[in-house]
Write a protein that binds this ligand. Sequence first.
Ligand code: C5P
Length: 221
Amino acid sequence: ASTIVVAMDGTSGSGKSSTSRRVASRLGLRYLDTGAQFRAVTAAMIDAGVDFAAADVAEQVAALAARPVVESGTDPDAPTITVDGHDVAERIRTQEVTDHVSAVASVPQVRQRLLDLQREIIGAGGIVVEGRDIGSVVAPDAQVKLYLTADPAARAARRTAENGAGDLDATQADLLRRDAIDSGRATAPAVAADGAVHLDTTPYTLEQVVDLVAGLVEQAG
Ligand code: C5P
């Protein structure tokens, strides 16, 4: 079996998820969506009654960070995500979770907890791992590192199409708001890792990006 690790980082709406899943499926690799893990912890924090408007939100989240048990299924054709045994796949895509996930993901105790889990899942490799700090922090020895971006307008259009509806301007504002928090935080900020291949996906179809990335992985593996 392949032991390759592919670190797929980039901005929200750059095509990371679709590309990661298709590449993993085509090449027979596993797939880990670390954004889904941060979203799952966020859902648990909402359920635990964290007050996101409070000044001490980071302390509230830190105090609860050890509790939720997050499990990720790594089949790229049917990835799963649970918290305390409950399927949260739909819940984590709600606006409520999206609104708070970057605040939760900036808490060091949450990141440490998920970092341990992510490294355990990566194990001996054979996996495409998608997130913001994969090539820089989670898997700095990954054989392939990518950094995907796209024009904000293109990203908003894709995200709106995925969701089947929604306001383009609001979606774009939301993507840019999360980018700013994610790249500005102190612990493991979203960053292009040293040696990462930068790819602006704006002019390409998903199929073209998948072909390109799969080619890079095959060369490396
Ligand atoms: O990838 P996705 O947009 O689902 O990620 C949701 C949020 O989770 C990001 O905006 C970011 O705040 C956080 N995240 C992170 N580190 C990762 C993956 C996601 O901080 N490796």
